[in-house]
Each structure stands twice: as structure tokens, then as C-alpha cells.
Design a protein around this ligand. Structure first.
Ligand code: PHE
Length: 343
């Protein structure tokens, strides 16, 4: 055997010895580069073939190739073993103990006002009403003017309004949506519009500067005060209980004629009179009325053909009456001790 062949054998032996002690895949790559790479030790023999005599060349070539094949198959085998070992050790170190107790997940819950809004909405959608929404930044024109409250109208002073400019404001009630929806739809209209309203008021137990309202509007042929009474009385009993008494009284809102307010008998004293109902036996829950003919004309609906009613209620007040809450500010303090009671 030539000296060269011996050298080749020696490199092969060293390579196999080193391969046996490689412990991971990075080590394997380094080994591959060292022996089989382009500048590797075994490849080095092929590059120096030019210096080998012609008769020796085939034997040397064969020896290099045989060594190469032997090393390649050795390294492939080793790779399989090391890959398996790597997977095993990953599995071992990432092991999850499925018998450990899990971390508890605290489920969220619906805010009490949203819950009341949903209850209100469901009552009316069950009766065939559609739900609409309108903008909180509103035009004076919709919030007041088209609702029969031109500039200087005394009823405007009942609304302490946040103005952005002379013509834009934060809506003080959801009634402007009567106009917005009626401008878009043709009768028959049966809608409710829930949403936030704002009034520039000092807050106290019964007043917030931000609160919700839910507007109600029906326009069709032959809609009468009897429809208003029937629908709203049914709604009030669905929400507060079938046994409750319902009372309608005259009230004034510039955009309805006649205007009414709706009360239910006090749940605390059962109508006898107590502090909650200010000794009247009744709790007011909404304002309502037959839509004023001028308001219908304002949106291009002929009051000779169509009539309708509208109502507006405050979910905060309804929640307070329903759950016996005595301070409206509780709703928006984000005190979880309060809010989680309604979870
Ligand atoms: N918009 C009135 C309020 O804010 C409620 C209302 C709505 C009254 C519709 C009559 C008709 O108090």
C-alpha cells in the first residue's frame, strides 16, 4: 500500500474516531466541514492528485472515494442517532405535567347598563322593532330645531348642552334619531335607538353628565295613543314583572302631542308611599307621546296619512329601579365590587 493510501486510511480512522465523540448536531456539521467539506481533509487528497504519478492515480482515487463513501454513510447514521437524541431531550425538557391543576380563568361579564340595554332591546325586537344607532356628536338642527325647539325655545333650557360650536353639540337625548331614521326610512317604521347622551350637569345621585337613553319610534297608518299605551305597558311589565301596575300621565315634550310619562308602581312599598318613590307610590320610567304633526312634516311624512308615537327612557334609571341602586354615579366608577354583583 502506498504512503498516500496509508495517509488516506489514517484520515479516515481519525475521522471515525472523532465522529464517535460528536454529541450534537452542531458538532456534526463542524465534523462534516472538517473532513468532507470543500476544504476538508479528505477532499484535500483529491485536490493534490495532480502530483500523484499516473500509475498510482487510479488506486489513490479509489481509496479517497471509498473513504468518502464510508465517512458519508457513517455520518448519516450518526445524524439519525443524534436527531433522535435531540428530540428526546427536547421532549424531556419541555415536558408538561398534565396532572398539575390549571390556572383559573376569570370570565368577564356584561356591564349592568349593557345588560339592561340588552333586556330593553330584546323586549322590543321581540315585538318586531329594528335597532338603529346614530352619532353622539350631533347637529343643533337635529337635536333641537327639527324637534320643534327653534333657537330661543324655552324647552332648550331643560337640556344643559355641551356645544362644540353654534351648530354642533353632544346630543342631549336620543330623540334626534327620530329625525335621522325617519329621513331615511319610509313608514311603516318601528325602531329603537340606544346610545350615549351628554348633559353639562353637576353630577349627583340622580344626574350624570354622560348617560344612556333608548329612543323608540313607531310611524304607520292609524297608529293611536292606544297603541302607545299597549306597547309601553307590555314592555314595562316584561321588564319589571307582570304583576306591576302601570300609569300614564300627561307630560310636555315639544316634539309630541299629546305627551305622556309612564310610571310603574313602587316596588319597595307596593304603591303605598315611601322614600324611594318620594311618597307618591309611583316611579317614572320614561317620557313618550304621539309624534307632533310638525315633526312628521319636517321629515317629509304626511301627518294626514301617517301618525306615530315616540318614547325615550334611561337605562340607568331603569337599572336603579330594577336593582335598588341609589346612586347613578356607581355605574361609571368602575368599582368591581359594585359591578361584579351583577355578573
Ligand atoms: N327625549 C326625551 C328626554 O330626553 C324623552 C322622550 C322621547 C319624550 C320621545 C317623548 C318622546 O327626556
Amino acid at each position: 500500500m502506498s504512503q498516500l493510501q496509508e495517509q488516506i486510511n489514517r484520515v479516515k480512522e481519525t475521522a471515525l474516531e472523532e465522529l464517535a465523540v460528536v454529541t450534537d448536531l452542531t458538532g456534526l456539521d463542524e465534523w462534516r466541514i472538517k473532513f468532507l467539506g470543500k476544504k476538508g481533509e479528505l477532499t484535500g487528497f483529491l485536490r493534490s492528485m495532480g502530483a500523484v504519478s499516473a500509475e498510482e492515480r487510479p488506486a489513490v482515487g479509489q481509496a479517497v472515494n471509498a473513504a468518502k463513501v464510508a465517512l458519508e454513510s457513517a455520518v448519516d447514521e450518526r445524524a439519525v442517532v443524534l436527531k433522535e437524541a435531540a428530540i428526546e431531550s427536547n421532549l424531556a425538557s419541555d415536558r408538561v405535567d398534565v396532572t398539575l391543576p390549571g390556572r383559573p380563568v376569570t370570565p368577564g361579564y356584561i356591564h349592568i347598563i349593557n345588560k339592561t340595554l340588552r333586556d330593553i332591546t330584546e323586549s322590543f325586537t321581540a315585538m318586531g322593532f329594528q335597532v338603529y344607532e346614530g352619532p353622539e356628536v350631533e347637529l343643533d338642527y337635529y337635536n333641537f330645531e327639527l324637534l320643534n325647539m327653534p333657537p330661543g325655545h324655552p324647552a332648550r333650557s331643560m337640556h344643559d348642552t355641551f356645544y362644540f360650536s353654534e351648530s354642533t353639540l353632544l346630543r342631549t337625548h336620543t330623540s334626534p334619531n327620530q329625525i335621522r331614521v325617519a329621513e331615511k326610512l319610509q313608514p311603516p317604521i318601528r325602531i329603537i335607538v340606544p346610545g350615549k347622551c351628554y348633559r353639562s350637569e353637576a353630577t349627583d345621585a340622580t344626574h350624570e353628565f354622560m348617560f344612556y337613553q333608548c329612543e323608540l319610534m313607531v310611524v304607520d297608518k292609524n297608529v293611536t295613543l292606544a297603541d302607545l299605551r299597549g306597547t309601553l305597558a307590555d314592555f314595562a311589565r316584561r321588564l319589571f314583572g307582570q304583576e306591576r301596575k302601570v300609569r300614564f300621565r300627561c307630560d310636555y315634550f315639544p316634539y309630541v302631542e299629546p305627551g305622556v310619562d309612564l310610571s310603574i308602581d313602587c316596588g319597595v312599598c307596593k304603591g303605598v308611599g315611601c322614600r324611594s318613590c318620594k311618597y307618591t307610590g309611583w316611579l317614572e320610567i320614561m317620557g313618550a307621546g304621539m309624534i307632533h304633526p310638525q315633526v312628521l312634516r319636517n321629515v317629509g311624512i304626511d301627518p294626514e296619512v301617517y301618525s306615530g308615537y315616540a318614547a325615550g327612557m334611561g337605562p340607568e334609571r331603569i337599572s336603579m329601579l330594577k336593582y335598588g341602586i341609589d346612586d347613578i354615579r356607581q355605574f361609571y366608577r368602575n368599582d368591581l365590587r359594585f359591578l361584579s354583583q351583577f355578573a
